[in-house]
Design a protein around this ligand. Structure first.
Ligand code: GTP
Ligand code: MG
Ligand code: ZN
Ligand code: ZN
Length: 1568
């Protein structure tokens, strides 16, 4: 019982401790924000509420709802009303008047003023500024004095209003059409204040609104205006009336500020005093006046007091008024009474006239800035008193007060971005475009340009960092809040400095642009505009230049080190929401290093794996692009009438957690761009190029591009669209398909969408036409329609936006329709972004895009020059993936072929399982089995490919264009595999077939012998004399001799390989015409290939009648052909040698394969191959091969000769004979023999057949073998490390041989130390042993009749895997009477031993020896895989690296000086330094060769001659450093080797270090 009252007490205490402010903030859910203020990044972030239209449900929703609307400058923002649960549930269908009368506002509705006051109290300075700015755009009043009802303190909102800039035309300027643009807190204006004394039945605010003809102030009759004010009493609001210069429209002809105090002056004396001291006049509204009225009379001020009363009010007392007026010394003029005869309009008119009077006559004008002093005196706080704000101001002022003449200032304080930067830009672009190369050597020219650039950088570095920049950098290095204040101050100060000049110029520019006849004048204004503009972007630009210049200093230079933190600083600012200048519009360039370093720092600051989506805007100048973005995202891009945005700026907007999932990104990047110029304007300064560059960049960067069209100038629009369409087309070509959204501005009709259907159709049609025209120009005619180049739907891709202003500026508020339409657009864009199928980029990828886009833009032909590491990455991934699938395929086929060969080799023997007795039938079956399997794999490959392209990760869409190529590659791979498999099967079958007869003979012989031996044994036993071994030997020898003589050993027929080869050579040349035959008949094959191949002028002489060859240097040509021949011969010799090593029989497919290889090589040459050369080369190779094959064949016959085989086994027979004679137990010995002679070779054979694929598989796990690109990279890197001329020489001259050996070296290196090889071998040995044991066990259970059938059973089981030599088996069977059980026992033992023996043997054999025995040669298979299509660059002979067999275009990552190509055009004896990747962009450079029929042809049009090749210009100027370094270093040696004069090495080449060469290699091959 005791506890109860205490609880109540506490409860009461709790209640009473809560103040009005706290309870309201709690209501609004803002209670924590009083301490931790709202910041801009919270307000601007995109969250769920951004895209849902749900009305606020509870009070806590209201502030956010208000903010959301206000940030989009929606004039309905103040109509905050939540859908109360009651309202909807009320049943209104019954008649109940009592209810209707009762249903007034429920008490808990909030007054908008309370919400505004609360938000101001809870926001930081920057949000307050934004709130004030947007409110004033809506023509809402903004807080001047902000009360805090808890502390009874109020604050002057000076800082909050600092951002408001107003433009108006006072009467004095009506004539001249001039205007005044001013920061409103700095304007000296008369202020008229309106206050209330006691109760008042007139609505002060309503009357003011009528006076100003806008809904400026919230009043009683507005939504929520009648709710009691809980915290906003004591609030003083301010608004301005600004004339437009039209007498008939202006209420006041001069500007005037209007202040309005909420609440009774009796309660807010401080505010009242403030107003009295700052206003030109104070209008006091009252109903009743206290005759004493000290409040009014005690004021010490100069202001005029006006009393405004309502005569109709019940409490009105003329007497009291009389007294007070007298005390104040007022005349009739100062008293306004609303009488019975007056309606509201009349009253407002009178009031207006009075105010007008005051305004015109008052000398009391004051800037709001000045009011701060008065505030201080009265104990009113000022919102910029914080130390951060003050220090920041001091710092900013220190910089800006120095500015006298902007142009001079820029030259003195920001010198790096001036002429030097423009000159650098020119050089940078020229380096890529080579427009003025003239007759100079390209590389020399480029080297000169580079020197010039270095010189300019040096000059930049020679400037000390200016005072202004030092101050600036120091200031932005300060802590966050101070830094933000500083930047804001800077921005405002700079704006103030340049505004006067700029706004005038802009206005003139706008005027002049209307009829661009006065071209010189426009040009002049434009120049002045850029001279007079000075914003913080200039300071950042300078920072960028200082940073970039410092990078040319040595890494250890202290001044370079000092500047290393700048990018991070800038990245931090980006995160704070500051726009970053991406493109410098004046120089028309991107400082790439600076920007990418900033972005990379940004990436570090963000969470890892951040994702961004990019929204950009493009459109004609001054069509409200920046305004649109500002409205849409609440940001602050520079806005002004007349030319304003220059270049492109990017800005980050945070995405809130609640929709990160949906949008799949963390930040939205918004890019605002400089307006495109109309063609007439563009002509003036050749800015067409600039516009094109900008549009291309921006479209390329964006996920969604907004194309802003102001309907009024649709002809202009058409020209601009042309640029845009080009940009989109280029993006499709490089694999990007951006989305686009058309925004038609100034369309106010409600039915716009319907009505404009026709327009849209027209637009679509125009766009299609343009696309076709653009496609023609870009030489990509397959693009027919606009929708082919971008994702655009005429229905959802258009948005109509009414005009921005509702009425006439400056007094017009923003049109609610504008804001709403922009909101719809915003939702749509977010929706579109959310439904993106592919994954978003991260900052680093974005940077990559930017870099490669800009580099390509610097070239003249974008599509042709585009190189992007992301695309390259995606391509590399695809290749590597495809290679994996391909390898799986091959691996499977290798295994299958091995098994199939085993089956063929066992065909017809005891191990042969096949039911089919006919060999050809068996092969047929195998072939059909192979075909089925090949088809399955082909399908699998294609399915894998399709699946790969469906994934959303990895940006696969970038390589979509290669899909078809890989598909055909899969098909061609299958064809290749098929022919190779069939060849192998045929050869194996034919060879096997040849053996059957031989085996039959041998079997007969063995049988015969066995019979005789048995007979001999019987005979000897009969003698009953104990025969000694010696006698047995004699008997045996006798018998053997006799039998050998009696057996018929018909001599094995040898094939004449020469004839076969001749046949195939003829066949091969049969389509080459009669001359080939003639040549062929001139020389017999047996005479060919005996001496080294030497191609002579002999045959060439005749050809010089062809003009094709007139320009050829004969020696060069011969040298070149000789080299080709040498290469081919080397490879063929090797391949023949490898055949020999296998020690198999000859088969026709061998020679066919050789010829096929030669044809392939010859077809792939870029040199004219004449028939003489071809015939003599083929003869040479065939002659040589025929001899080798002949020998191989004869060796084989010899090895399988029955008599030889029989004799080989003689000793075995002898011991067996003795054993049997003596009845010795043969079990162990026979088991040993079987193991040693039959099983072991079979297992060895099995291992060597299986090992090849294992090795390949292992090598392929190595990065350097994963794609052709990485392979080339590794080879070149290795060359650089070896740094030896001979290596380079053989790489260049004997590419294939070099590469083959290199691969072999890699294999040897890989396997010489590690145990991997042993593991492979052991695995196969173990698996063989498992099979053998299983076979033995199985045979045991089968209860064979005798040992022979037991062994046969074992062999049969093994037949799938092992090939057991029939010779050995036959010999083994002889005289065998071992006991099965015992034999089996011993066999298992022996097999165990065999495993050990094999292991030891394997361990002792070195890798090279092993490789010789392998059936599938890893080095060859890897070579085939990595050599790719085998094509070489027609200019420099760099090998093609494109993935798959069937690519539509060949390409090489790195080209080399043409001097190093096998194919040279050298007329002078000097080696040429030209690199093809530069030649193709040199305007006038030409070449001629066989392919051009000897005519000169432009390099840049090489595609017409070599359509299969894609030779993009280098990605950067350093990209070719590798070869430059090599040529510079070995110039003499190359010259000697090529029998030429040394090249003239450009100066810069000599300076390239090996490190730089390596770097360039990495860059070219896109290796991280
Ligand atoms: N009357 C009218 N004025 C607009 C409209 N939209 C923007 N403006 C005004 O037009 C002027 C130019 O707006 P900006 O947003 O700077 O135009 P911009 O396209 O970014 O201009 P540049 O960057 O120089 O190409 C500003 O003064 C805007 O207030 C509109 O719909 N109607
Ligand atoms: Mg703009
Ligand atoms: Zn090349
Ligand atoms: Zn190729």
């Amino acid at each position: 019982m005791l506890n109860y009252p205490i609880i109540v007490l506490i409860f009461i205490v709790f209640i009473s401790s809560e103040t009005h402010l706290e309870s309201l903030l709690e209501d609004l859910g803002l209670e924590d924000r009083l301490k931790e203020k709202l910041s801009l990044s919270t307000i601007l972030q995109i969250d769920k509420k951004t895209i849902t239209d749900e009305p606020p449900k509870c009070n806590a929703d209201l502030p956010w709802y208000f903010l959301k609307k206000l940030m989009m400058v929606n004039v309905t923002a103040r109509n905050v009303k939540r859908t109360s649960a009651c309202e909807s549930s009320c049943n209104n269908s019954l008649l109940n008047l009592a209810n209707l009368v009762k249903s007034t506002n429920s008490g808990d509705r909030l007054n908008p003023l309370d919400i505004i006051t609360a938000l101001f109290l809870c926001s930081d300075g920057f949000v307050r500024q934004e709130l004030s700015l947007k409110m004033s755009m809506c023509q809402f009043s903004v807080p001047l004095l902000l009360p805090n009802c808890d502390t009874k303190q109020c604050t002057l909102m000076l800082w909050a209003m600092r951002d408001i800039v107003k433009k108006y035309r006072p009467q004095s300027l009506t004539e001249s059409k001039g205007f005044i643009e001013e920061r409103i807190v700095l304007s000296e204006l008369p202020m008229i204040s309106f206050v209330r004394f006691g109760e008042c039945s007139l609505s002060k605010s309503e009357i003011l609104n009528k006076l100003l003809s806008n809904d400026t102030f919230v009043h009683h009759d507005m939504e929520g205006g009648d709710s009691p004010r809980r915290i906003s009493n004591g609030l003083v609001e301010i608004s301005w009336y600004l004339p437009c210069g039209n007498k008939n429209m202006d209420v006041f002809s001069e500007p005037v500020a209007v202040a309005n105090l909420r609440g009774d002056i009796a309660s807010f004396q401080t505010q009242f005093s403030f107003l009295c001291q700052t206003s030109a006049a104070v209008f006091v509204f009252f109903d009743t006046l206290d005759s004493e009225c000290e409040l009014l009379t005690n004021q010490q001020h100069k202001t005029q007091i006006f009393l405004v009363g309502n005569h109709q009010s019940n409490h009105f007392s003329i007497d009291a008024l009389q007294k007070v007026a007298a005390k104040l010394g007022l005349t009739n003029n100062n008293i306004l009474l609303k009488t019975k005869q007056m309606n509201d309009a009349d009253f407002v008119k009178t009031l207006g006239e009075t105010v007008s009077n005051v305004v015109e006559n008052s000398k009391m004008k004051m800037r709001i800035e000045q009011m701060a002093d008065i505030a201080h005196e009265l104990g009113i706080l000022v919102d910029e008193e914080s130390s951060e704000c003050q220090t920041a101001k001091k710092n900013a002022d220190a910089i800006t007060t120095e500015i006298q003449d902007i142009l001079q200032y820029k030259e003195a304080e920001l010198p790096l971005q001036g002429q030097i930067w423009k000159e650098l830009t020119r050089l940078e672009k020229e380096e890529f475009r080579l427009r003025n190369v003239g007759s100079k050597n390209i590389e020399d020219y480029k080297s000169d340009l580079l020197l010039e650039k270095t010189q300019l950088r040096k000059e930049q570095n020679s400037h000390d960092i200016s005072n202004a920049m030092t101050c600036f950098i120091n200031a932005i290095s300060s802590p966050e809040i101070e830094r933000c204040y500083f930047l804001k101050w800077m921005r405002m100060n700079l704006d103030n400095v340049s505004r006067e000049k700029l706004s005038d110029l802009r206005e003139r520019y706008k005027e002049k642009c209307k009829n661009p006849e006065n071209k010189e004048e426009i040009k002049d204004i434009d120049r002045q505009l850029s001279n007079s503009s000075l914003g913080i972007e200039h300071f950042f630009r300078e920072m960028g230049q200082i940073y970039e210049a410092s990078l040319s200093l040595p890494e250890t230079d202290p001044s370079r080190k000092q500047l290393q933190h700048l990018p991070k600083l800038c990245a931090q600012l980006l995160l704070d929401g500051l726009p970053l200048e991406l493109v410098d519009g004046e120089a028309s360039n991107i400082p790439l290093r600076w920007i990418s370093d900033v972005l990379s720092q940004l990436n570090d600051l963000m969470s890892p794996q951040n994702k961004i989506l990019v929204v950009t805007v493009l459109g004609v100048q001054s069509t409200g692009k920046s305004t649109l973005l500002n409205t849409m995202f609440g940001v602050q891009f520079a806005v002004s009438s007349g030319r304003c945005t220059r270049g492109a700026f990017m800005l980050l907007i945070r995405i809130n957690e609640d929709i990160k999932k949906e949008l799949n990104c963390d930040f939205m990047v918004i890019i605002d761009t400089e307006g495109l110029k109309s063609p007439e304007l563009a002509q003036l300064d050749n800015s067409h190029e600039h516009d094109n560059e900008l549009a291309t960049l921006v479209v390329g960067l964006s996920d969604v591009t907004i194309i802003n069209i102001a309907m009024e100038n649709s002809t202009e629009m058409k020209d601009i669209l042309q640029i845009v369409v080009h940009a989109f087309l280029r993006m499709t070509e490089v694999g990007k398909k951006p989305k686009c959204q058309f925004v038609h501005q100034n369309v106010s009709d409600i039915s716009a969408h319907e009505k404009n259907l026709r327009d849209r159709k027209l637009l679509m049609q125009q766009l299609n036409e343009m696309t076709q025209a653009a496609a023609k120009m870009e030489k990509k005619e397959e693009n027919k329609n606009f929708t082919d180049v971008m994702e655009y739907s005429p229905d959802t891709g258009n948005c109509y936006i009414p005009g921005l202003w509702n009425g006439n500026p400056p007094m017009a508020p923003v049109n609610a329709g504008y804001s709403e339409a922009v909101y719809e657009l915003k939702k749509n864009i977010i929706h579109v972004l959310g439904s993106c199928e592919s994954s978003a980029y991260d900052i680093l990828e974005f940077t990559e895009w930017m870099k490669s886009l800009w580099n390509a833009v610097k070239h003249e032909n974008f599509i042709f020059s585009f190189r992007n590491s992301l695309v390259a990455d995606a391509y590399m991934k695809l290749c590597s993936e495809f290679n994996k699938w391909e390898w799986e395929f091959r691996q499977h086929m290798y295994t299958w072929v091995t098994d199939a060969e085993t089956r063929i080799r066992n065909f017809g023997t005891v191990a042969g399982k096949s039911e089919i007795s006919d060999m050809s039938e068996c092969v047929k079956q195998l072939k059909s089995e192979a075909s089925t399997m090949l088809s399955e794999w082909e399908t699998k490959l294609i399915e894998n490919l399709a699946r790969y392209f469906k994934q959303t990760e990895g940006h696969v869409y970038l390589v979509e264009e290669y899909k078809e190529g890989f598909k055909s590659s899969a098909k061609s791979l299958r064809r290749q595999m098929e022919s190779s498999v069939f060849n192998q099967l045929t050869a194996a079958a034919d060879i096997r077939h040849g053996m059957t007869e031989l085996e039959r003979i041998k079997e007969n012989h063995t049988k015969e012998l066995e019979g005789r031996v048995r007979a001999l044994i019987a005979e000897c036993r009969e003698k009953k004399v104990k025969m000694a071994d010696k006698e047995l030997d004699i008997e045996f020898d006798k018998m053997w001799k006799k039998t050998a003589n009696e057996l018929s050993f018909s001599k094995q027929k040898t094939t004449n390989v020469n004839t076969c080869v001749s046949h195939y050579l003829r066949d091969n040349l049969s389509r080459k015409g009669s001359h080939a035959w003639e040549l062929l008949n001139n020389k017999e094959l047996k005479d060919c290939g005996l001496v080294q191949f030497k191609y002579t002028v002999d045959g060439l002489g005749k050809q010089f009648k062809h003009k094709v060859c007139q320009f050829f240097n004969i020696e060069d040509h011969i040298m070149c052909l000789q080299n080709i021949a040498d290469c081919i011969i080397a490879i063929c010799t090797q391949s023949v040698t490898e055949r020999m090593e296998i020690k198999n029989n000859y088969h026709d497919t061998y020679i066919q394969e050789l010829l096929h290889y030669i044809d392939d090589k010859l077809n792939n040459q870029n040199v004219q191959i004449d028939i003489e050369f071809e015939v003599s080369l083929k003869q040479h190779i065939c002659g040589f091969a025929a001899r080798q094959f002949q020998k191989m064949h004869e060796d084989y016959i010899q090895a399988n000769d029955p008599s030889r085989c029989l004799n080989q086994n003689k000793e075995k027979f002898r011991t067996d004979f003795k054993d049997v004679f003596h009845d010795r137990d043969q079990c162990q010995k026979k088991a040993e023999e079987f193991t040693l002679c039959c099983l072991k070779p079979a297992v060895e054979d099995f291992v060597s057949r299986s090992l090849g694929p294992d090795i390949i598989g292992e090598m392929l796990t190595n990065e350097q073998f994963s794609t052709r690109m990485s392979f080339q990279y590794s080879v070149l890197l290795d060359l650089l490390r070896k740094d030896d001329f001979e290596n380079y020489w053989s790489y260049i001259s004997f590419y294939e041989m070099y590469v083959k050996n290199w691969i072999l070296d890699q294999i040897v290196e890989r396997f010489s130390e590690e145990s991997t090889m042993f593991e492979f071998e052991d695995r196969h040995v173990q698996s063989s042993i498992r099979i053998i044991n299983a076979a033995v066990n199985k045979a045991k259970t089968e209860k064979s009749a005798n040992l022979e059938s037991f062994v046969k059973n074992v062999c049969q089981e093994l037949g799938d895997k092992l090939v057991i030599s029939q010779d050995a088996l036959g010999a083994f069977m002889i005289l065998n009477n071992a006991d099965q059980e015992q034999f089996a026992h011993w066999l298992t033992e022996c097999v165990k031993d065999m495993a050990q023996d094999l292991q030891e043997e394997f361990n002792e054999t070195d890798i090279l020896m092993k490789l010789i025995d392998l059936r599938v040669k890893p080095q060859n298979e890897l070579f085939t895989k990595l050599i790719g299509c085998g094509n070489q660059c027609p200019f420099c002979a760099s090998p093609c690296e494109a993935g798959g067999q069937e690519h539509s275009e060949h390409f090489a990552s790195l080209h080399r000086p043409t001097a190093l190509g096998q194919y040279r055009f050298v007329l002078s004896k000097k080696l040429s330094t030209d690199i093809c990747s530069s030649l193709v962009i040199t305007p006038d450079s030409t070449f001629r060769c066989g392919a051009t029929n000897g005519e000169f042809h432009h390099h840049k049009d090489y595609k017409a001659i070599f359509p299969d090749w894609k030779i993009p210009p280098d990605g950067s100027l350093q990209a070719s450093d590798y070869w430059k370094y090599v040529l510079a270093k070995f110039n003499n040696k190359f010259a000697e080797a090529f029998n030429a004069e040394c090249a003239d090495i450009p100066e810069m080449w000599e300076m390239i270090t090996p490190q730089q060469a390596e770097e360039s290699l990495k860059e070219s091959f896109n290796i991280k």
